[in-house]
Design a protein around this ligand. Structure first.
Ligand code: UDX
Length: 414
């Protein structure tokens, strides 16, 4: 077992059950493990992380009520799922932590809990057990600044129990929002990102994917010319109806650009997406289009053939794209994705927003603007500048590097 400082120091991560939430928290865990902390992941039983990818972590499942609605059930709203999940997990998390404390040896420090902000019931548990805790927000700092949700009881009192708030971000991306949050809240605001770039090199081959990645697309990308491919992925939860799927398909086909398209199982309401494509469409795209159920996204975005990313603008996808200098077509679906779209298109000016109903002709036009025209080339240049700033941010003396050190010192001091 590894030691940190004057005693064995365990961190307990409490992720929310979506891919976009599990991934960055496990990345943070990987980074902190490399700094000598031991990592336990208390995850809800409803998903099974690939434990073999993190052989040094301890995974402990939290039982859930049988009646818990599924996040993938489109008829149940997001707030209902979050509320039921929190009330369902609270007791099992408390029992798990009590057992952990009872089993620990005398020289060991109390565990420090790092929880996803959506797992807000963790606050009550740590408050009750008098444990130190850190809140991790998987979205951007700007969303926390502008989102009225943080006024709700579940969010607003986090500063009473948490020692800090961590974002997968950087001062170079969101300085005005981070400055305002630092003025509003009394706890350290620590942007530590891009996390996937800060994680030790050996961990880049591991994955926290909840769906199996189809790596065959890399061989297809190898055959394409530099910056020619538009990569299309709408993340782990957004879904389309059949009409939107058809418009997307024909917009991509008629753009004449090569494309790599992720069509996640269940991402088209009530249908299996691939079965909806006509022979006409398949003949039209021939070898020019490649469709997978799930891609090794970070590897795809780092590939030299990829010149643009059509995204739903989840925060992980956004930060992964700009970390590789890839400009974007933004098609947000809900919540924080709208705010990121504004940032991408109006603040960083590295993307085009697709507004209104999806129409094949508008899609075709947006793809050509991004992939072929000068406007797109200028966005690519600005994205390359952001990529460089992010690289500096994680180097020694850079703001994300310094925030990480501050987090380590803070955990050691609480
Ligand atoms: C959700 C919300 O949609 C988003 O708004 C919020 O910011 C985070 O939680 P999600 O839809 O999963 O996120 O999107 P995103 O944050 O972009 O995360 C998706 C993750 O899945 C990324 O890390 C991406 O690399 C990965 N991914 C996606 C793959 O590895 N392969 C794929 O084919 C698609």
């Amino acid at each position: 077992m590894e030691k940190h400082g004057d005693g064995f120091h365990r961190l307990v991560l409490v992720p929310y059950l979506l891919q976009g939430h599990v991934t960055p928290l496990l990345q943070l865990g990987t980074i902190l493990h490399s700094r000598g902390f031991s990592i336990t992941v208390a995850h809800t039983k409803s998903y099974s992380p690939d434990t073999s990818s993190h052989p040094d972590f301890v995974f402990l499942p939290l039982p859930l009520d049988e009646s818990m609605p599924s996040i993938h059930n489109n008829s149940v709203d997001f707030v209902t799922v979050i509320t039921s999940l929190n009330s369902s997990c609270r007791v099992s998390l408390q029992e798990l932590l009590i057992e952990m404390i009872q089993k620990q040896e005398q020289h060991e420090r109390l565990p420090c809990i790092i929880y996803d902000s959506l797992m807000y019931s963790t606050k009550e548990v740590v408050h009750h057990l008098k444990l130190p805790s850190i809140m991790f927000d998987t979205s951007c700092a700007t969303f926390m600044r502008v989102c009225p949700e943080i006024q709700k009881p579940g969010y607003s009192s986090f500063q009473d129990t948490s020692s800090a708030i961590v974002f997968n971000s950087s001062d170079c991306l969101e300085r005005p929002s981070l400055t305002q949050l630092r003025q509003i809240y009394k706890v350290p605001i620590l942007p530590i990102g891009p996390l996937h770039k800060l994680a030790p090199a050996a961990s880049s081959s591991t994955t926290s994917s909840l769906i199996e990645e189809d790596k065959s697309c890399i061989a297809w990308l190898d055959k394409q010319t530099k910056n020619s491919v538009i990569y299309v992925s709408l993340g782990s939860i957004a879904s389309l109806d059949e009409k939107e799927l058809t418009e997307m398909a024909w917009g991509l086909a008629n753009s004449k650009q090569p494309f790599l398209w992720v069509l996640r199982p269940g991402s088209v309401h009530g249908s299996e997406a691939i079965a909806l494509f006509s022979n006409d469409f398949k003949e039209n795209i021939g070898e020019r289009g490649y469709i997978v159920k799930w891609a090794p996204q970070k590897q795809v975005l780092a590939h030299k053939a990829v010149g643009g990313f059509w995204s739903h603008c989840g925060w992980n996808s956004t930060i992964e794209s700009i970390s590789e200098g890839v400009p974007m077509i933004c098609r947000p679906f809900f919540g924080d994705q709208n705010i990121k779209t504004r940032y991408i298109s109006h603040v960083w000016r590295v993307g085009i927003e697709l507004e209104n109903d999806l129409q094949g002709e508008e899609i075709e036009r947006a793809i050509r603007r991004l992939m072929v025209e000068n406007e797109g080339e200028e966005m690519r240049q600005r994205a390359a500048d952001l990529k460089q700033q992010l690289e500096i941010s994680i180097q020694k003396g850079g703001p994300s590097y310094d925030s990480l050190n501050e987090l380590v010192e803070l955990i050691m001091s609480v």
